[in-house]
Design a protein around this ligand. Structure first.
Ligand SMILES: *Cc1c(COP(=O)(O)O)cnc(C)c1O
Length: 830
């Protein structure tokens, strides 16, 4: 049998040469680890070195390293921390853990040497690890970066999520059409996790509520669920930098209370006897593959309540064991809700306090609103979660009662303050009555939290002035900004060892602990010797990526061309279509004037579309069809090449980002809450071409406006233009270049076998264009030509690239976590 390789895996040649904090490695340590790996291979996996596959070596290595993590873990858990952070997230987009673990334990070179002595290549072993893709994109990746940073800062924390059997689907492109296949990361088990059957909780659904009178005037309600599902804890240790601290990521698996309905089975209904089990286990079966749009299905609501309830029961039990009194919960626990997916925590915590622990409403509300924090990730109307009241009443009848009571008190309060007019009340109510009755989960999380945060300065301002305007007016201290960040351990040290080595050489090894030292690179930004080594680093990453591109798409790309990269979920607001149309316009321009010295450019796209998102899938198809025509045209050969890399993932991102010269961050201003891909690319020295959106604005402020290419309307400009009638028609009429590109697409030039294929795209732009592509097109073209000119001045280009790396330290997720710790969680760091 051959090792089953993850198709998204970066091949060994792009992953060699990692830098580690180990100055020297000791022969003893190597021998010890080698013995440990061989022992794991034999006794945990049942293989000999002679018959082990790469996947077996990976499992053995992971198990051996896990032992080291457990040792560090015992240290972390020796005393009860004064306060813990509980990070609730429906998604954790982790990627691989082996390189993370080795790097943070300082065992990269030791492991490499130990494996080498066994005749095994570390790069191959790393490539055998499947990505843990328990998330869709930025939101889930943020949760993973935050977990790593909390461990590195020794912030005592537990992450809570769902252990999906199947993570984000595997994307293939069949003649340019996205096809989805199930992802199977657990097919051969997960060596990182510990199953904790002793940490199992019952989570109820449906049923009815009864009342009983406890004493004069005091009534208690009791929920009698119709169905219960068991949540079983699976723990993955998260080891921080230099192994100083270990936290836990606790993922819940859903199991039926009874594996089989024996009465039915014995009655002859062998299939029906398993129906209850299938229904229970469906909860942790698959990740919903949608991004930036809300999922309305009942199963999704069941997932949300399932993991939230299990997590709250777990942390309440821990608190009771440690402190014995729930009244001090807010002093010792900070619960962060990553988006509204766990917003049901508000009524669930109330229910636990009221029903299970007998507190009165005022005390319970005080504890809840001093323990919870809520992070908002989007203002797009289609992404704001609301649940039909009828569904909530059926699935969570007791919670719906609590929500009604919270709302009643909240609206009463408004009346007292003279804010009682109908429009004001409707806008702050937890129930949206505009299209049937629906519960607004964002409003619920807002009321239940002590602090509510946005994820970039612009996004937070827009929260205050748009979606949460009226709620904000009630408590102007509640909304705070916490700009996102990325962990440099993964996105610089592990992904780009060559650049890390350059930084260490220039500013010292302390840069691994103190990213602010990167600013020292500014001193050598104009040094020809340093520039040439920086350029050589990029060139070697590009050569490696070129191999990956050819291997996976059959397209040959030239590493000396400018690598122009747009990698992220495919979504209309992210405007991959703007990039594709500019590609078509550039193609036309080159064909019209082939003698000009065009800047050679390779456009690289990567990203998945939600399986039900028809327009996004058509955009992928257009990019692939344009690629086919452009790449086959001898008139543009060597000047323009287009490639769409399938199955974008964390591992693939780690291979692409160090090879990028240009980073496309071109969302419609006001629509990307923050972005974190923009940070990873700028840190690795790609220059950004972008709009004044999300964290792009703060990136510009840090790297300097002369080291970034900004174009297009700002958020206020977008709002104003959207209010004008027929803005798209006017913009197309004013731009012959845009008109020609759209006409060419519409003519069927890229889809001769189906000339009308892309008419829906062009029609939508002409008559609708919600994302203002037509309006921003000309300025985008101008900015792209400024990029061409800049590329042709290598000294200036590399200086700007180095200055990007030098000035991105602020975007470390360590900085984000310190800010959360101080201003939201009030927990000590370190
Ligand atoms: C960082 C990252 C994202 C987020 O990218 P944006 O450009 O901020 O949307 C999505 N997917 C993966 C795999 C990532 O690593």
């Amino acid at each position: 049998m051959t090792a089953q390789r993850d198709a998204s895996a970066a091949p060994a040649q792009v992953r060699q040469g990692r830098v580690s904090p180990e100055r020297t490695i000791s022969g003893n340590a190597v021998a010890e680890l080698r013995e440990a790996i061989v022992a794991k291979l034999a006794y945990a996996i049942g293989r000999t070195p002679a018959n082990a596959r790469e996947r077996d070596w990976f499992a053995a290595t992971a198990l051996a390293l896990r032992d080291r993590i457990v040792d560090a873990c015992m240290d972390s858990e020796r005393s009860i921390p004064n306060k813990r952070v509980y990070y609730l997230s429906l998604e954790f987009l982790i990627g691989r853990l082996l390189s993370d673990a080795m790097n943070n334990l300082g065992l990269v070179e030791t492991t490499r040497a130990a494996l080498r002595e066994l005749g095994v290549d570390l790069g191959d072993v790393e490539a055998a690890e499947p990505d843990a893709a328990l998330g869709n994109g930025g939101l889930g990746r943020l949760a993973a970066c935050f977990m790593e940073s909390m461990a590195s800062l020794s912030i005592p924390a537990i992450g809570y999520g769902i252990r999906y059997d199947h993570g984000l689907f595997r994307q293939s492109l069949e003649d340019g059409w996205q096809k989805e296949a199930p992802e199977t990361w657990l097919a051969e088990g997960n060596p990182w996790e510990f199953v904790r059957p002793e940490a199992t909780y019952s989570v109820g659904f449906g049923g009815h509520v009864t009342m009983s009178s406890v004493s004069e005037g005091v009534i208690r309600r009791h929920w009698h669920p119709a169905e219960t599902v068991r949540a079983v804890a699976h723990d993955v240790p998260v080891v921080g930098w230099r192994g100083r601290h270990v936290n836990t990521l606790r993922l819940w698996k859903a199991e039926a209370e009874a594996p089989v309905d024996l009465a039915r089975f014995n009655g002859g209904d062998h299939v029906g006897a398993l129906a209850g089990r299938a229904r229970a286990e469906a909860i942790s079966r698959v990740l919903y593959p949608s991004d930036s749009s809300a999922e309305g299905q009942e199963l999704r609501l069941r997932q949300e309540y399932f993991f939230t309830s299990a997590s709250l029961q777990d942390l309440v039990r821990r608190h009771m064991a440690e402190r014995g009194d729930l009244r001090s919960l807010a002093d010792h626990a900070a619960i962060q809700l990553n988006d509204t997916h766990p917003a049901i925590a508000v009524p669930e915590l109330m229910r636990l306090l009221l029903e299970d622990h007998g507190l009165n409403w005022e005390d319970a509300w005080h504890i809840t609103t001093n323990t919870l924090g809520y992070t908002n990730h989007t203002l797009l109307p289609e992404a704001l979660e609301t649940w039909p009241v009828e569904l909530m009443e059926r699935v969570l009848p007791r919670h719906m009662q609590i929500i009604y009571l919270i709302n009643w008190m909240h609206l009463e309060e408004q009346g007292k303050h003279g804010r009682g007019n109908a429009a004001q009340l409707a806008s702050v109510s937890l129930i949206d009555e505009s299209h049937g009755k629906r519960v607004r989960m964002g409003h619920l999380a807002f009321l239940g939290a002590r602090r509510v945060n946005g994820v970039s300065a612009l996004h937070t301002d827009l929260m205050r002035s748009t979606v949460f305007k009226d709620l904000h007016a009630l408590d102007t201290d509640k909304i705070v900004n916490k700009t996102n960040g990325i962990t440099f351990r993964r996105w610089l040290h592990n992904a780009n060892p060559e650049l890390t080595a350059l930084a260490i050489e220039a500013v010292g090894p302390e840069v691994l602990d103190t990213p602010e030292l990167l600013t020292g690179l500014a001193d050598v930004a104009s040094d020809p010797n340093f520039q040439s080594r920086y350029a050589a680093m990029r060139r070697s990453r590009k050569a490696a990526l070129a191999n990956v591109v050819t291997e996976r798409t059959g397209i040959a790309i030239d590493p000396s061309a400018l690598f122009d990269v747009q990698i992220k979920r495919i979504h209309e607001y992210k405007r991959q279509l703007l990039n594709v149309i500019e590609t078509v316009a550039l193609y036309q321009a080159i064909k019209a004037d082939p003698k000009r010295d065009w800047t050679p450019r390779v456009k690289i796209f990567g990203g998945k579309a939600a399986p039900s998102y028809v327009q996004a899938k058509l955009i992928i198809k257009l990019a692939c069809d344009v690629a086919k025509v452009v790449n086959a045209d001898p008139d543009v050969a060597g000047r323009l090449t287009v490639a769409f890399l399938p199955n974008y993932s964390v591992s693939l991102a780690e291979a692409i980002i160090p090879a990028a010269d240009l980073s496309e961050q071109i969302s419609t201003a006001g629509m990307e809450a923050s972005g974190t891909g923009n940070m990873k690319l700028a840190l690795n020295g790609a220059l950004t071409i972008g709009t004044l959106d999300g964290a792009n604005i703060e990136i510009r402020d840090h790297v300097g406006p002369e080291n970034i290419f900004i174009f297009g309307l700002d958020a206020a400009g977008v709002q104003a233009r959207m209010a004008e009638p027929n803005y798209a028609e006017a913009a197309i009429a004013a731009s012959p270049r845009l008109k020609a590109a759209l006409d060419l697409i519409e003519s069927g030039r890229f889809s001769p076998e189906e000339p009308g294929r892309f008419r829906p795209i062009v029609d939508d732009l002409r008559h609708n264009d919600r994302y203002l592509l037509t309006v921003d097109f000309d300025d985008y073209w101008r900015a792209q030509r400024a990029v061409d000119a800049a590329w042709n001045d290598p000294t200036a280009w590399w200086r700007a690239a180095i200055l990007n790396t030098a000035r991105m330290a602020w975007f470390s997720s360590d900085r984000s976590m310190r800010e959360y710790a101080e201003e939201i969680w009030r927990v000590r760091v370190g």
